[in-house]
Every structure is written in structure tokens, then in C-alpha cells.
Ligand binder design. Structure first.
Ligand code: C2E
Ligand code: MG
Ligand code: MG
Length: 733
């Protein structure tokens, strides 16, 4: 109030004081001149006054205030003060103020209270202040107060707030708002034990659009992406753009991974549809990472980190994929560091070995070549797949040592085989790019005494990505040594038939991804296979079809004319002793053994899991897994019809019934089908809730690796309830 008056005073003095006039202060007792002063203050519209009686009825309101609002001055008097204002429905809950009615009835002072006037046509906001009045006997007599119009400044402030919270390009929430909303939601949901899912999106190939079509086109594209996201998500959640081509979707009360997976898939499909931006056509994709509170994280930081890790995995899995967070993703980085460290000593510690998989003639099924495949038996982790450690070795610059070791080891072993079979060694593109690679091959041949034409080097198309002139020289040097060259994994990478004419290959290996699904109707892999085979024949090259597992695949690839076949149907890779043993016996022919058909839905696995029966938890081995069931081993004679629960780890419990039982192996059927985890794995729709673990007396936290054990406490081992005999299954087939 003081502010109003002092400003009014300043105005009055400036307007009314002529130059050189003597100073005539307004005396505090000069009522007439003081009223005049207040009058001019009111008339200038700088502020207004109001007063109520003890009943809260308006007994005064600056006349021109009422006039400005289109109210009749007389009619306004006598109305309760609270009638002049309407409650603010879309007010910011963060700035919630005590309502006026509350302040009045409590006879509190009112200061800087923002109220919306009950006007019909326009939106008007006032800031009001007031003080309760008491008479000499301390009886309440009403309020005296002031008001000023703040509509304009409020608008500006709201605009500024909007700017600070929303992305100006797409109109979506910005990072700041998303973080604030997520934090508030997670905090509130913790008490009410509710869940909240978070999707992180990162566009694939967006940079290309920006670079080729320009930034304005990039901006336009982002707007269209935002619009598509809004169409999919609708009112189910809040969407934000975190910056660049990163988006986030928050979905309150959502923990069904079936629904989330479908949503992730739909988002990917919708975003991947072509766009028309400023007259050009653009195609981008997106990867999606999904994490769910409280399972994967309790607070914003934890949940965002989990969703980020899932996104990272989705991108690493080949883009255009969604991926759920699981705790092994967290271990991923740690695991990788461990692999790096241990790999350095693996050779010296004798943990590496070369195994050999036969490549047979398609007509006779007689072995013609052995492919050397590296095996790493880690003392703690067991077998680590070359699919995992070879890329690590490439990145850490260790592949040369590893590759050199392999080459020498293979030459030394093969030279002692009782039959002069060919042997194929995989060569990494990194190894191939070393200038002295050909010299090393020559040294290995000389040191071992292996005939050059028995050695075949398998390289992949990626060798063509570097300096092609250098690659050509390397091919020439190798050929002059007399070794053979094979093009591995043909059809997976950058696949260009022109590579075939660029290098003197003796063999093309058709990748196993062509075989998979080739027997299904409408799949054109078989036609492509025929084309590759005829081309290879024309160029006088052999063909090997990799990854043949089933009888129908064998029939198909034989029909399509491949000259050689490699696959589990004949044999997996075997140790050098087994190779020698077999060759000594003269067993050169391999028999096709395998299932009649490939079942895409059934995955061969070897995983130790928990099996819960009548509150007792056993350890079993899972051999294969499909959406509807699993094959398990490790318990003797479990009767058909037994109800069990499989603990698949990470809080995933699947209720199942034993359908087949044969000594120590059982086939079980799940009560609720599993769903895809976004990659090539399966997961349960729901998980053990961290709230349930909390209810069992543990502190609330995101899901640990083995939540069931935590929940059950120490009771799982009680021998009394053990019903079945456990047998040890430790040899992966
Ligand atoms: P690759 O050279 O394409 O080797 C064939 C892979 O397919 C092997 O996997 C083999 O076990 C697998 N395979 C063969 N038949 C079947 C089948 O019927 N079904 C299925 N599902 N798989 C089949 P492995 O041994 O895990 O090796 C993976 C990759 O690691 C190899 O792919 C190769 O790129 C790399 N690698 C293995 N050993 C070496 C090595 O000594 N040096 C280098 N640089 N890379 C290696
Ligand atoms: Mg190979
Ligand atoms: Mg291959």
C-alpha cells in the first residue's frame, strides 16, 4: 500500500508544482487535501481501494474500478467481497495460494494475492492487499484494502514461464519441464505405490537430413515427429523434446511390458514412415529405450539413467528397435571392462583354444574343410562367445595379437591332422589392414610347415571399406603365397556384388541370416540364394551356406545348388583332439541330424534359473524357451500336471505347468505368454513389484538381480519341503 501512495505523491507533486513555487507540504491533519490526493490516485487508475464490513460485504470500491469492469457501482456494494472473484482453475499448483475466502474468514492480512475477477468478457487479474480492522474494543469491523490491475504483467510472466518450460520449435515440454514433472510424479507415486514408465527416443539418421536438406528442413522434420508422437501418445502421457533429436515420453500408471512393447513398436513404425519436408522426401528411424518406475529406478535420476541405458542397447542392437531396461545392461559396461582386462592374459594363461567346425560337400556330406573358431574358457564366467570378445579385441587394439596367435595355432595343429584337410581361419578387417599381415601368414606357414593351399583365410566385406588400393595389394600378396581366400558373412553388411569381382575369392560364404526363414512361404531369401550361387559358379567360386540347422533348410539349400554346407545339422565346432580322433577313424562323412523344421519362436539356451515349487526353490537349467513354454533340466521325475513357478531372474516370475516329463527333463507351459524384450529375447509382462519387496520388510529400491531370494529371505533352503531330487546339469551341449 505504501508503494501506491508514494508513487501517487510523486505524480501529484510533479504535476502540480509550478517552477519556483514555495513548498506547501500536505499536513497529516489536512483531511481534505489527503482525500483529494487519494482521489487523484484512484482516478489515475494507479490503484483502487476497497472496504468491507464485519460480514464481509463490500462497503466501498473505487468507483472507476467498477466502471472499468463494466459493473454498476451501486450494485456492487453490499455483495460479499468473494463474489467479485472466480477461483482460478488452471492455476499453477506449484504456486498454490491460500484462497481468499480462507484468509478472510481467518481475519488474516492479505498481501500480494492474485485474484481473477468475475468478469464475463475479458480476463482481468488483480493483485490485492488488505488489513482487518478492529474498533477500540477490539471488535472486528471489516477490511480496508487496495488493489491494482496486473493483467498485462501476468500475461508477460506466463509467456516467460511457458518459454522456460516448453520447446519453442515443437511446443512439446522441454527438458526442464520433463524433469520437473517426472520428479513430482515419481515422488507422489511412491506413497500411493503407483508405477510410471519412461520412454527415451533418439532419431536415427536425423543428422543426415540436417546435413543434406539443411537446418530449416531439420526443424520442420522435428515438428512433424512431434506431431506424430502426439498422435500416438495422446492424453496417455506427456511428451518432451530434450534437445536435438532426443525425445522423452512419460506414461503414468503404466508397467505392463506387453503394452509398452507394442507402443514402442508403434512409435518406431510411425516415425519411420516417410516425411515430406519443404518439398523433399526424408526417411528417418528411431530407437526407443524403456524403463519403468519403481522396478528400474525410483527417482528421476535412476529412471532416466535406466531408460538411457536401454536406449543405448537398442541403438547398439542395430537401430529401429525398442529395448527394455534390465539390470544386465548396467553390468554391460562393467562386464566389458572385465573382458578387456582378462583378455590380455587369456593367451598366456592358456584359456584360449581353437575349435573346428566341418564344412561338408553338399552332395556327399563329406568334410572338405574345417573352419577354425576361437573359444575362450574364462575361469569364472565360463565360455565367452567370440561374437562378444572379438569386437572387444578389435576396439582395444588387441586383435592383432589374438589373430596372430590363432593363425599360428591353427597351422600347427592342422599340419598334424591325419588327413590333409583344408582349414579356414577368420581374419578381422583390423588384422587385414596391417601392412605386415601377408608376411605374418608366410611366417606361420613356414614355421608350421602347412601347405599354403590347405590354408583358407575368411574375410568379411568390411575390408573393402578402407583404402581399396591397399586391400588390392594385400589380396595380391596373399594369393602369391598360394593361400585361398573366402568372403565370409556374404549378404549381411554393405553387400555389393561388385566386391566379388574386385578380389580373387575362391569361396563365398552365404550368411546364416539367409537360411533363417528361407523355408517360409513368401520369403525371397531362397531366390537370392539361387542368384548368388549362379553368380559364384560363373566366377568359378565355391559357395558355402552357413548355419543350416534343420532338415527342411538342408533340403532347400541343396536344391538351390550350394556346393558346400556348414551348420549344426552336421556338427558344431569340436576340439582339436576330437578332430584328430575322427579323422584317424576315417569318419569323413557327416550325418544330418536335426529337427525337421526351424522354430523361430523356440530358442536354444543354456541358462541357470530358479524353479519354485511349494515355496521351495530349486536350481535348474533352462534348455530352450519360447513365448508359451520352456524345456528345463535338473529335477528328477516331476509329475506331469505339477504347478511350478520359473524364476527367470530380475524379478520375472512365470507361473507354469509341467506338460512333459522324462527323467531329469521337463517341458513346461506358461500360464501367461512371454513377450519380446525388443531384441531377440523374451521377458515377462510383469515383474515382482519393489513395493511387495518393501512390504516384506526391505527398504524400497529398484529391483535387484535376484529379488525373489530377497523376498523369501533365508527360508528358501529349508530341507523339509524339498520334494524333488536335484541333479547337476553342467555341460552345455
Ligand atoms: P563366422 O566366421 O561367420 O562363424 C560362423 C559362426 O556361426 C560360428 O559362431 C559358428 O559356431 C556359427 N554356426 C555354425 N553353424 C551354425 C548353425 O547351424 N546355427 C547357428 N545358430 N550357428 C552356427 P562362433 O564360433 O560363435 O563365431 C562367431 C563369429 O566370431 C564368427 O563368425 C567370426 O566372425 C568370429 N570369430 C570366431 N573365431 C574367430 C577368430 O579366430 N578370429 C576372428 N577374427 N574372428 C573369429
Ligand atoms: Mg567365418
Ligand atoms: Mg560367417
Amino acid at each position: 500500500m505504501a508503494g501506491f501512495f508514494s508513487r501517487a505523491m510523486a505524480t501529484v507533486e510533479r504535476d502540480e508544482a509550478p517552477a519556483n513555487a514555495p513548498l506547501v507540504p500536505i499536513d497529516a491533519t489536512d483531511a481534505v487535501r489527503r482525500v483529494e490526493l487519494l482521489d487523484s490516485f484512484e482516478n489515475a487508475g494507479l490503484g483502487w481501494f476497497w472496504a468491507t464490513d464485519a460480514q464481509g460485504r463490500l462497503i466501498y470500491l473505487s468507483p472507476n474500478a467498477a466502471e472499468k469492469l463494466g459493473w454498476e457501482h451501486e450494485g456492487t456494494l453490499g455483495r460479499p467481497l468473494t463474489d467479485l472473484f472466480i477461483p482460478d482453475e488452471d492455476g499453477d499448483p506449484d504456486r498454490a495460494e491460500r484462497p481468499l475466502a480462507f484468509l478472510l474468514s481467518a481475519r488474516n492480512s492479505i498481501s500480494q494475492l492474485h485474484v481473477r475477477l468475475a468478469t464475463e468478457k475479458q480476463v482481468v487479474w488483480w493483485e490485492i492487499a488488505g488489513k482487518p480492522q478492529f474498533d477500540s474494543r477490539q471488535r472486528f469491523t471489516g477490511y480496508r484494502g487496495s488493489a491494482k490491475d496486473i493483467t498485462a504483467s501476468r500475461e508477460t510472466q506466463l509467456d516467460a514461464e511457458r518459454l522456460a518450460q516448453y520447446d519453442s520449435l515443437t511446443g512439446l515440454a522441454n527438458r526442464h519441464r520433463m524433469t520437473k514433472r517426472l520428479s513430482a510424479t515419481l515422488k507422489a507415486y511412491r506413497n500411493s505405490k503407483r508405477s510410471c514408465a519412461l520412454l527415451m527416443l533418439d532419431l536415427d539418421r536425423f543428422k543426415q537430413v540436417n546435413d543434406t536438406l539443411g537446418h530449416p528442413a531439420g526443424d520442420e522434420l522435428l515438428k512433424q515427429v512431434a506431431a506424430r508422437l502426439e498422435r500416438i501418445v495422446g492424453s496417455k502421457g506427456e511428451i518432451g523434446r530434450l534437445g536435438g533429436d532426443e525425445f522423452q515420453v512419460m506414461l503414468p500408471d503404466m508397467d505392463d511390458r506387453g503394452i509398452l512393447g507394442d507402443l514402442g513398436q508403434r512409435v518406431i513404425q510411425m516415425i519411420s514412415q516417410p516425411y515430406s519436408v519443404n518439398g523433399s522426401r526424408a526417411i528417418i528411424g528411431t530407437s526407443v529405450g524403456i524403463a519403468i518406475a519403481p522396478y528400474d529406478g525410483l527417482d528421476t535420476e535412476e529412471l532416466v539413467k535406466a531408460a538411457d541405458l536401454a536406449l543405448y542397447a537398442a541403438k547398439g542392437g542395430g537401430r529401429g528397435q525398442y529395448r527394455f531396461y534390465s539390470s544386465d545392461l548396467k553390468d554391460g559396461a562393467k562386464h566389458r571392462r572385465q573382458v578387456e582386462e582378462d583378455l590380455r592374459d587369456a593367451i598366456d594363461k592358456g584359456e584360449l583354444a581353437m575349435h573346428y567346425q566341418p564344412i561338408v560337400c553338399a552332395k556327399t556330406h563329406e568334410v572338405k574343410c574345417m573352419e577354425a573358431l576361437m573359444r575362450w574358457e574364462h575361469p569364472e564366467r565360463g565360455n565367452i562367445s567370440p561374437g562378444v570378445f572379438i569386437p572387444v579385441a578389435e576396439e582395444m587394439g588387441f586383435i592383432k595379437r589374438l589373430g596372430d596367435w590363432a593363425l599360428l595355432e591353427v597351422c600347427r595343429q592342422a599340419v598334424d591332422w591325419p588327413v590333409d584337410l583344408r582349414v579356414a581361419v577368420n581374419v578381422s578387417a583390423v588384422q587385414f589392414a596391417h601392412d605386415d599381415f601377408a608376411q605374418f601368414v608366410e611366417r606361420a606357414l613356414n614355421q608350421s610347415g602347412l601347405a599354403p593351399d590347405r590354408l583358407e583365410l575368411e574375410i568379411t566385406e568390411s575390408v573393402f571399406l578402407g583404402d581399396t588400393g591397399r586391400a588390392q595389394t594385400m589380396f595380391k600378396d596373399l594369393k602369391s603365397l598360394g593361400v585361398r581366400l573366402a568372403l565370409d558373412d556374404f549378404g549381411t553388411g554393405y553387400s555389393s556384388l561388385s566386391y566379388l569381382s574386385q578380389a580373387p575369392f575362391d569361396k563365398i560364404k552365404i550368411d546364416q541370416s539367409f537360411v533363417r526363414g528361407a523355408t517360409e512361404k513368401g520369403n525371397n531369401n531362397a531366390a537370392i540364394m539361387s542368384a548368388i550361387v549362379s553368380l559364384a559358379e560363373a566366377l568359378d567360386m565355391e559357395t558355402v551356406t552357413e548355419g543350416v540347422e534343420t532338415k527342411d533348410e538342408l533340403r532347400l539349400v541343396t536344391e538351390r545348388g550350394t556346393s558346400h554346407i556348414q551348420g549344426f545339422i552336421f556338427s558344431r565346432a569340436m576340439g582339436n583332439d576330437d578332430v584328430i580322433d575322427r579323422l584317424e577313424k576315417g569318419e569323413l562323412k557327416f550325418t544330418a541330424r536335426g529337427p525337421a523344421k526351424y522354430r523361430a519362436d523356440r530358442k536354444t539356451v543354456f541358462r541357470r534359473i530358479g524353479l519354485i515349487h511349494e515355496d521351495f526353490r530349486y536350481r535348474v537349467v533352462m534348455r530352450n524357451l519360447s513365448k508359451t513354454g520352456a524345456a528345463i533340466e535338473g529335477l528328477l521325475d516331476v509329475p506331469v500336471g505339477t504347478q511350478i513357478v520359473l524364476d527367470l531372474g530380475g524379478g520375472q516370475l512365470a507361473v507354469a505347468v509341467v506338460r512333459r516329463s522324462n527323467s531329469y527333463s521337463q517341458g513346461v507351459e506358461f500360464e501367461t505368454a512371454l513377450i519380446s524384450n525388443g531384441a531377440d529375447g523374451l521377458c515377462t509382462r510383469h515383474r515382482v513389484s519393489p513395493y511387495d519387496i518393501e512390504a516384506a520388510g526391505r527398504p524400497l529400491s529398484s529391483l535387484p538381480q535376484d529379488p525373489y531370494a530377497l523376498m523369501a529371505g533365508g527360508q528358501t533352503g529349508a530341507a523339509g519341503r524339498r520334494k524333488f531330487v536335484e541333479v547337476d546339469i553342467n555341460n552345455p551341449r
